[in-house]
Design a protein around this ligand. Structure first.
Ligand SMILES: C[S@@+](CC[C@H](N)C(=O)[O-])C[C@H]1O[C@@H](n2cnc3c(N)ncnc32)[C@H](O)[C@@H]1O
Length: 400
């Protein structure tokens, strides 16, 4: 893992001008930032039809192969990012234990639950940032061992507790703040700690507190790497701390910029919203003397159906800008053109996203190793079920 981290680290550093970009902002320019250094890559990008762009977005392996023809290191990165998918036989559930769990979430908790059960150590469970405790329910019903579900939102604790009591599961919800020092009281050395999609600092706090309490095992599916209190990523491992790869908070969003779980409707809404926003930016610059990008608040998707002109009038009102009489359709067409330029830029950034995510995950894995754990990484489900499908499993190293 150390070697894997170092190779990823140097490849990411060597290619940072391909992924440290903001496609939204850069799309205003018609040329690519790599025009001089990689003219053939840029020629290929320019030649893509909108259908081809959509296709490559949805087929990351094909995208890596073709970008790899222009940037050969991308092929090495793709190999380094391969993670084994755990083989699962499926759990037999007690009646009703999955009630109220939405479809995709059910697939995630069944997969993660089965792996945690296979690798179980300790005599009880801790479910960190549990929400309503969907995963905890599976663990409690299958193992018959106590589960402590730790969650910030009181309402989720109450609903989760009611549901657990209804099924007579040995679960106890504890309301608290995972980031507060006092949350360590929820941990003890008999627990196997699990965290499904605990964001940024939340999964880090579990790793630190879990190691301090010597929990026998931790099984963690991280997500939302950018949800951290600091302005930049704070590496945990020695290798991470020694690295020259520094990631700002906004760069920590790069691994999450994927729309694989979105269907056609989600895609259409994104196309409309982004081309409206890009077109409005051009309009402000072309008609109102605005020089820098002005962020517009988020909108309800239903508002998009009123069209571009309505969007611009609403956005101008939000920003207290008076719009002159103008040709809205011209700006909409330019916004659409800019949207596809943004997508071309994103295709290049996309081939580095998983590598960045793995760099972050490996930093955490190496940290747990330094804390005395044997650590393995794998995928617990397909990326179609959730793009945040990496699982870190750590078992306390046995004295030999
Ligand atoms: C993405 S959800 C995941 C919930 C659950 N593990 C699941 O996968 O269904 C993150 C959870 O963390 C909880 N949370 C956020 N901040 C927290 C904090 N400071 N302490 C404890 N829980 C927190 C949220 O309320 C939410 O339930």
């Amino acid at each position: 893992m150390h070697q894997q981290f170092q190779t990823l680290n140097s490849l990411l550093l060597a290619h940072q001008n391909f992924w440290r970009i903001e496609p939204f902002l850069h799309s205003e320019q018609s040329d690519f930032p790599w025009q001089k250094s990689h003219p053939e890559l840029c020629l290929w990008l320019s030649s893509l039809s909108t259908q081809q762009i959509e296709h490559y977005k949805d087929h990351p392996e094909q995208l890596s192969d073709i970008v790899g023809q222009y940037l050969p290191d991308v092929l090495t990165l793709a190999q380094l990012c391969f993670l084994e998918r755990s083989s699962l036989s499926g759990l037999e559930l007690e009646r009703g234990v999955d009630s109220g769990v939405p479809g995709r979430k059910l697939e995630q908790i069944l997969a993660m639950g089965e792996i945690a059960l296979q690798k179980h150590e300790g005599t009880e469970w801790l479910e960190w940032c549990s929400g309503k405790g969907f995963l905890g329910r599976i663990l409690a019903s299958q193992s018959k061992q106590n589960v402590t579900s730790f969650e910030f939102q009181q309402a989720l604790c109450e609903t989760g507790q009611q549901e657990a009591d209804k099924h007579q599961l040995p679960m106890k919800f504890v309301q608290g703040d995972a980031l507060a020092d006092s949350s360590i009281k929820a941990l003890n050395s008999a627990q196997h700690a699990v965290a499904l999609h605990a964001c940024g600092d939340l999964h880090v706090s579990l790793m630190k507190k879990g190691a301090a309490c010597r929990v026998p095992a931790m099984t963690i599916a991280p997500c939302c790497y950018h949800l951290v209190q600091s302005d930049a990523y704070q590496p945990l491992s020695q290798a991470g701390k020694a690295s020259h790869l520094h990631l700002s908070k906004s760069e920590l969003r790069i691994p999450l910029q994927e729309t694989v779980t979105g269907g056609q409707r989600v895609k259409r809404h994104r196309f409309e919203e982004m081309s409206f926003r890009l077109g409005f930016d051009l309009l402000l610059k072309g008609e109102c003397g605005v020089e820098d990008y002005i962020p517009v608040p988020s909108i309800k998707k239903s508002q998009l159906s009123s069209g571009f002109t309505a969007f611009c009038l609403w956005a101008a009102e939000q920003k207290q800008i008076d719009l002159p009489t103008l040709d809205f359709d011209n700006y909409l067409q330019r916004g659409i053109k800019r949207y596809w330029q943004m997508e071309r830029l994103s295709l290049v950034q996309q081939v580095f996203r998983r590598a960045l995510e793995l760099w972050l995950v490996l930093d955490k894995a190496l940290y747990l190793h330094e804390q005395g754990y044997d650590v393995s990484l794998g995928e617990f489900c397909s990326r179609g079920v959730t793009p945040r499908n990496i699982l870190i499993h750590a078992s306390m190293r046995k004295a030999t």
